[in-house]
Each structure stands twice: as structure tokens, then as C-alpha cells.
Design a protein around this ligand. Structure first.
Ligand SMILES: [Cu+2]
Length: 274
């Protein structure tokens, strides 16, 4: 054995044996580390589209509960983070009524007893900013939602319904278009003796407008009376700017207020469209 291990360079066979022993030890230690611990938490499966049921081991003493987060309901689905129930049940999603309490039923999902994570409940569309999730009993014919006419009433625990409300988040699309509406429309206009580089500019009602004005020849400014907007007067090479909200529809004259420049034709049209 030792003769086989002995290599041509004459390294001591004892060194070779020691190295092999160390390697074996390292492998054994690695295998031990890889062993799952008995007390490790069983991971909750999170595959979407499936309602995941966990065995009722540690939660038998627990009361039913519902946990959900603020979410978009643009896809007409309510996602429930965690839910626990002790009997055949319905998870019922309610719109909120005028007083903010559960109102119209928007959707439901049948549940067996158990602890669930990442439930998805299809609902009909609503524009409400607050919705409710309420646990109902599944009595009578199991799997048939017998409510409000029937037996499947809200589950009572200590004389209280098991419910959670949550906020709905506006669609991203709407938020983006709002941002666009709030964006500043910038126009670069230059002035010379005696005209502006742009005879007209067009914006939409409600637009925030910024005029970046530069004089390339002479002493000028840019003024529109109807929006009380006026830049400073600047000399050749100077730049200035003014910002205003075009909150009126119509055609308005902008002009240079220096001397007789307006009368000499240093004007333009600001057109605000609906
Ligand atoms: Cu001028």
C-alpha cells in the first residue's frame, strides 16, 4: 500500500497518508454540515396559482386569521399573504360601503381547514381604495356559496368576524400619465431687433410652461399679460426664463415690453388648447 502511494519524487509515504487523512476528514465535516437539521422550519411552498396547504402541526391552538397587504387590483385578483382557518370556509372579498364597512361581495374562494400562503381570489372590478377580506363558514352544501341567502355566514371567533381590510393601489399607467401632465413644457426662444425666433407656441390647458429666453441681439424680454408671465429684460447674449401654468384656453399675444418693440412687431402667439 505505502509502496503504491510512494511517488517518483520520493515524498515520504507518511506525508501522503497524512494528506489523505486530512482530505477524508474535510469531506466528512462537509457532509455533516450539509445534513438538514431536525428542527429546521419547513419552507412554505409558494408556487403561484396553487393554494398551498400545510399540515396542522404547530398551529392547532391558533385562531383563524387573515393577513394581506396593500396591492393593485388592476388584474381583478386579490392576493392574500397568509390565512388560517379551522373548518371548511369561504374567503370572501367585499367592497367597502359608504361608511367604510364591508359592503358588496366582489368574489370568494373555497378553503379547506389549514394554513395558507399566497392565495389568489378572483374579484369583479371596483374603484374603491379600501376592500375587505372576511372568513365565512362553509355550512350546508360544501363548495356552494350560500350567502347572503343561506347558511354560509361570516365565521365568528369570540363573537367577532375574522376580517382584514387593505388598501388598493392605483394602476401604474394612471400614475405615469399624471406625471406626464405635470411635466414642464420647455420652449427655447431667442429675440433679436425686432422679432422672436418662434412666431407661435402651442400647449395644452393645464400645462406647466417654461420659456427659456435668450437675446441674440439687443435689449429684450418675453411677456404674456394673461398669465402674468414676464422674464427679466436681458441684453445681447443674456438669458433668462419664466414659468407659468397655462390654465386658460385661447390665443394670447406674447411680446417684448422694451420701448416700442411690441409695436414694431416683436410679438408672437401663445395658443392654449383644450
Ligand atoms: Cu425687444
Amino acid at each position: 500500500m505505502l509502496n503504491i502511494l510512494k511517488n517518483k519524487k520520493g515524498i515520504s509515504p507518511y506525508v501522503v497518508v497524512a494528506v489523505i487523512a486530512v482530505l477524508v476528514l474535510v469531506v466528512v465535516v462537509l457532509i455533516i454540515i450539509q445534513q438538514p437539521k431536525d428542527d429546521a422550519v419547513t419552507p412554505i411552498p409558494t408556487n403561484s396559482g396553487q393554494n398551498n396547504i400545510l399540515p396542522l402541526t404547530t398551529t392547532n391552538e391558533q385562531q383563524p386569521f387573515i393577513q394581506l397587504s396593500a396591492q393593485s387590483i388592476a388584474d381583478e385578483v386579490v392576493d392574500v399573504d397568509n390565512l388560517y382557518t379551522t373548518q371548511p370556509s369561504w374567503l370572501v372579498i367585499y367592497d367597502s360601503d359608504e361608511g367604510g364597512a364591508p359592503g358588496e361581495v366582489l368574489g370568494n374562494l373555497a378553503l379547506t381547514p389549514g394554513l395558507f400562503q399566497n392565495l389568489s381570489v378572483p374579484i369583479s372590478g371596483t374603484t374603491s381604495t379600501v376592500l375587505w377580506a372576511v372568513l365565512h363558514a362553509d355550512e350546508g352544501e360544501v363548495g356552494k356559496f350560500e350567502y347572503p341567502n343561506g347558511t354560509d355566514l361570516p365565521l365568528l371567533v369570540n363573537n367577532q368576524i375574522v376580517a382584514a381590510n387593505f388598501s388598493t393601489i392605483q394602476e401604474e399607467k394612471e400614475l405615469i400619465s399624471e406625471d406626464q401632465n405635470n411635466a414642464v413644457k420647455i420652449f427655447n426662444i431667442t429675440g433679436v431687433n425686432f422679432s422672436f425666433s418662434q412666431p407661435e407656441i402651442r400647449v395644452k390647458k393645464g400645462d406647466k410652461v417654461r420659456i427659456e429666453f435668450t437675446s441674440t441681439d439687443g435689449f429684450h424680454d418675453w411677456v404674456v399679460d394673461e398669465f402674468a408671465a414676464a422674464t427679466e429684460k436681458v441684453n445681447t447674449g443674456g438669458s433668462t426664463s419664466v414659468e407659468f401654468v397655462a390654465d386658460k384656453v385661447g390665443t394670447f399675444e406674447y411680446y417684448c415690453s422694451v420701448g416700442q418693440h411690441r409695436a414694431m412687431g416683436m410679438v408672437g402667439k401663445l395658443i392654449v388648447e383644450e
